[in-house]
Design a protein around this ligand. Sequence first.
Ligand code: PLP
Length: 395
Amino acid sequence: MSTEHPETRVVHPAVTTPAGSRPLGVPIYQSHLFAFDDADEMAAAFDGPDGAFFYNRLGNPTVRAFENAVADLEGGVSAHATASGMGAINAVLMALLKSGDHVIAQSCLYGGTYTLLKDLTERWGVEVTYVSGEDPAEVRDALRPETKVLYLETIANPTTQVADLPALAGALGEGSGVLTVVDNTFATPLLCRPIEHGVDIVVHSATKFLSGHSDIVGGIAVFADAAVHRTVWDHAVELGSTADPFAAWLALRGLATVGLRVARQNETALELARRLSGHPAVRRVDYPGLPEHPQHEAAGRLLGGRGGGVLSFELAGGRAAGRTFVEAVRLVSLAPSLGDVKTLVMHPASTSHRKLDAAALAAAGIGEGTVRLSVGIEHPDDLWADVEQALAKAG
Ligand code: PLP
């Protein structure tokens, strides 16, 4: 019988570890601290991502289960989970770059990444050369002795441009020392595993398809090489953009159905893209699964012939029609994210890209009447009925 007072004992409850059975689900280790019996073991835990767990900013068993699952899906050796997709992108770029370094980046990028690169240029002296992402020769021409990173998105947002990863990464040449970083959020590892095409680091907004249920914000970086992981980990733990165990647990639970969700979302997106293509209120549909998409051949090679769960289409009625459409939908939600079980819509010209004038919008491949649709897992006919009635109002 303990001699301590009850209020002391309550601070130190016994931690039950199951004996004779094991939890089938991954437990949530909602403890930010781990205690040691041996001081040397604790000291060793400070040494890298593979040490014993001791403080959540540096690692946690629930977070590690999510990291291992995504590393496995992507075909990487290891991963680092973060509090958001931007947390992963920041951790990677800030770990790899210093003042005077040079980045080659695709011009059509997620807005947050574009702003980060702009900030790295203006405040930290990193130079960036933007390329269209359509021609490997542009990458070869942009290469300099100071180039450290080639940054691409497998499927770009919102244009759905598909990056020919082996051709673009291959343009760097053998032994260039340049690391290729690819944002695979839109494609997911179910469609494309960039590491198999020579990419060094894959980043994701796990907020999107990986978790899939609009309940967390999260990110992850997956590595082809343990030494590169170590370089990023050293900076990431300083930056503190660490994933919380509960968010990692929700992401892991979502991840269990990512294969089913992504298959359904791809099938429905293709069906909607086909129906939209034939509609008189629609000027153009951008979807890699359609034969007329400029990178349809690359999508066949790199995405297993699938086009992803997001499509864009331009309404013939321009900006006013775009706004009318997004307000007219009933089942579909007007919301900024993507990759969710629910179908989501947005009008980039009046929201995410509202600061761009018509010329800048056109340069980014976005029309005034462009609408982005992230397709969920609802029945395709219900979605089409909603889209059709909104088109009738916007047409
Ligand atoms: N990458 C892409 C392609 C995105 O669409 C987003 C967010 O929309 C991000 C990264 C940033 O992710 P998060 O919002 O989780 O920081």
